[in-house]
Design a protein around this ligand. Sequence first.
Ligand SMILES: Cc1ncc(COP(=O)(O)O)c(C=O)c1O
Length: 348
Amino acid sequence: MSFNLDNITRENVKGLSPYSSARDEYVSDGSTMVFLDANENPFENGVNRYPDPQQRGLKAILAEQKDIEEENILLGNGSDEVLDLLFRAFCEPKEDNIISLPPTYGMYKVLSGINLVENREVLLTNDFQPNVDKILKTIDSNTKLLFICSPNNPTGNSFSTQIIEELLNSFNGLVVIDEAYIDFSSEESWISKLSEHPNLIVTQTLSKAYGMAGIRLGLCMASSEIIAVLNKIKPPYNVNQLTQDKAIERVLDVASVAQEVKDILSEREKLRETLKTVSFVQTIYATDANFILAKVDNANLRYTQLLEKGVVVRNRTTQPLCENTLRFTVGTAEENKSLISALKTLSN
Ligand SMILES: Cc1ncc(COP(=O)(O)O)c(C=O)c1O
């Protein structure tokens, strides 16, 4: 059996007529019109009108930058909203299941709990790669989504291209590649493979490299058929006007984003070198993201000591395969100096 979108879409979603908003029914062609259709306050203040539910201005720019069509993009209130929409479109509560690969981003598990969908966890291998044999054995006819986070949070590494390719070719459900950290990575995005794999979904975000975590903008890129299903169930105005405006401004400022990424990567390498000199740091894991996972002698102790010195890092010690690890986000040169000086004091 091969991938068939109709087979994996929930029955209630297939038959659904989405809410049709005023802004969906009448699309302005730019000519001057009198808008008395949406019960808005007519006095202009920049946000008195509902935003474009399809975010056409922003999507047109993103489509060009990513070399895909607008019909291949859905935007959400952060990629967290996009991930939730995937559960709601494709997973029947109490019946279907998804597969996640811990240690990984915690929201896949939380969203499966919220949506009453079984989360089947298949541990990464000791070198933090997906365990293909175990994943394939875990898949059954009710497995709808496989979440692959690459570069992976919290380990920082990218997954092998061959392994991801194998999973895409052998799974008849949807493979969701979460590329939140792709802009820091030396690997290419999977977006260019969308036309080869009808079951591929790629998610990205403006929260990391683009420095826009506060506006909440996430991207979902997939076949136009998958995007059409998600469009049916998304809240009509899920991306507000301020976010659309700010995102357009930022994504057009290609040079600033590139410079910041460059600075973060060079700071990351400096931090890596310094971590090697800290006596209680035992392993520094390879990273393709804007953070470094490191094994220390006692993560709970070191976490608390750093807090006392005013530096907040992430303690990942309770995550599988991550015992006694701390995750350090790469900050500005000055912030990293604070971290390093705190670590050095504790190291003596
Ligand atoms: C792997 C991964 N995916 C998604 C997100 C959430 O992104 P957003 O801010 O777009 O909701 C995060 C945030 O930490 C993340 O680490």
